[in-house]
Each structure stands twice: as structure tokens, then as C-alpha cells.
Design a protein around this ligand. Structure first.
Ligand SMILES: [Mg+2]
Length: 246
């Protein structure tokens, strides 16, 4: 049976954004060359690895301790910050079938938002990994907003609404806030769906609040869940999503 929807939220990391191509040592190498310091590549890769040991994974370092990459790995070179974000972006891929599916859903008249777990404070559009990715891949046109625990970015105006500040997907408080915003637009949770890879943040808390849920396993399969559907290619959404009229 098809899901009749007015709204879909898409998770970002390991869902819309596929980090398969990301090799952290390549990014460090690229940036060091950009800085004209190729002789420091090995030492910097080593320092980056130390940060990874300290925080558990490269994603943890990048999400929560980006400043230390600049201060410790890149010796406080201010120009490294922008170069690092730009070089990193070149290695990120789009989830399978994403653009084609977003175009289809937009044509259907379904409203869409990115619902991401961003830990870094928001700046101007294009300075965080999510809006930079949307811009680099010409995906901004498909979404109305980017909702994060740092605030909600309106993609038309670039303005940030701080109602979501401090609310998270895992605790579900971000979905509670989302439900209020959707209600103002006449959209109920049962007319919305959340698509994501992580069961504890994208599936369980959203489902508990009445959203339909779709587990994306195209990058990583987190195992069985109570999601309504499981997909490994976004194109599969076209098979069971229909616009809800009324
Ligand atoms: Mg994810």
C-alpha cells in the first residue's frame, strides 16, 4: 500500500550524503599541498590519527572537534579551515538515486526538508557541511529547510530559526518541535515520513510520534527495524510514495 504524504524529511549523513569516497588522509594531503606545505603531510596525517584515537572516529572529530583539527593538525593556519571544508566536500557522494527521486517528489508536490544532526554552530549558508553539500550538488532547490539541533535554516532566505536549538533526534525533542511547525501548515505526522539510516535517531523516535518511516540501507545497513519500508536506493521511494490530496 502506498504512503500518501505531504511532507518528507531526509537524514543527511550516510543517507543523502554517502561518505564512501572520503579518505581522510587524502583530504589532509590535499589541504597541505594547497597551503604550499607538502612536507608536512605525513606529520599532519599522524596528528589527525591521534585525534581519531582520542575521540573514537574521524566523524566524531569532524562533527564535534573541528577546531582541534585546525589548531592541532594545521597549526592554527586560519586559511586551512576553508580549504579543509572545500576539499572534504569533493570526496562526498550523493546517496544512490537521490537527485532523480527528489525531482520526482518535488513534481508530485511533496514538501521536503533535510533533518540533520549538526553539532557545529550555524553560520552563513554554505559554511556548514550540509548546506555546502546541497549547494555543491545543486540540491538546494528541492528542500524548504535544513532542520538541525543548531537551528532551522530557511533555504530560501538563509535565515536561521533557533526554535530547534538544543533539540535532538535521538531524544525526540526535535521531532516534537517539527510536529508543531508542520501543524501550523496543516500537516499531521501521519501525512509525513522520515527517511534515514540510523534506527535510534531516524526511525524509532519519528515512528513513535506518528510519522511514517523509511530505513535507508544504501550506505550502511543498521539491521532490522520497525520502519514501514527499507530501501537501498532512493529510487525505490517512487514505488510507494504518493501525494496526499485534501
Ligand atoms: Mg545518518
Amino acid at each position: 500500500m502506498a504512503m500518501e504524504l505531504k511532507w518528507i524529511g531526509f537524514d543527511f549523513g550516510q543517507c543523502m550524503m554517502d561518505p564512501t569516497g572520503l579518505r581522510n588522509y587524502l583530504v589532509i594531503g590535499d589541504v597541505s599541498k594547497d597551503l604550499g606545505e607538502p612536507e608536512l603531510i605525513e606529520e599532519r596525517i599522524h596528528k589527525y590519527r591521534i585525534l581519531k584515537e582520542k575521540y573514537g572516529s574521524y566523524s566524531a572529530v569532524k562533527e564535534g572537534h573541528r577546531d582541534e583539527i585546525m589548531s592541532y593538525v594545521f597549526d592554527r593556519r586560519e586559511d586551512a579551515r576553508e580549504l579543509f571544508s572545500a576539499r572534504e566536500q569533493q570526496h562526498l557522494l550523493m546517496g544512490k538515486g537521490l537527485r532523480e527521486t527528489l525531482q520526482y517528489l518535488k513534481n508530485e508536490g511533496i514538501h521536503m526538508a533535510v533533518v540533520a544532526e549538526l553539532k557545529k554552530t550555524l553560520g552563513a549558508m554554505g559554511t556548514d557541511i550540509v548546506t555546502r553539500f546541497l549547494q555543491a550538488n545543486q540540491l538546494t532547490q528541492y528542500f524548504e529547510e535544513v532542520i538541525t539541533p543548531q537551528g532551522d535554516i530557511d533555504l530560501n532566505t538563509g535565515s536561521v530559526d533557533l526554535a530547534y536549538k538544543g533539540k535532538t533526534k535521538e531524544e525526540g525533542t526535535l521531532y516534537d518541535e517539527l510536529i508543531c511547525h508542520l501543524a501550523e501548515r496543516g500537516i499531521r505526522p501521519s501525512e509525513g515520513a522520515m527517511v534515514g539510516d540510523k534506527i535510534t535517531t531516524d526511525i524509532l523516535p519519528a515512528r513513535k510520534r506518528g510519522f511514517h518511516t523509511v530505513q535507508y540501507t544504501g550506505y550502511i545497513d543498521m539491521g532490522p527495524s520497525e520502519a514501514d519500508y527499507t530501501i537501498n536506493d532512493f529510487v525505490q521511494l517512487k514505488g510507494f510514495v504518493a501525494k496526499r490530496v485534501t
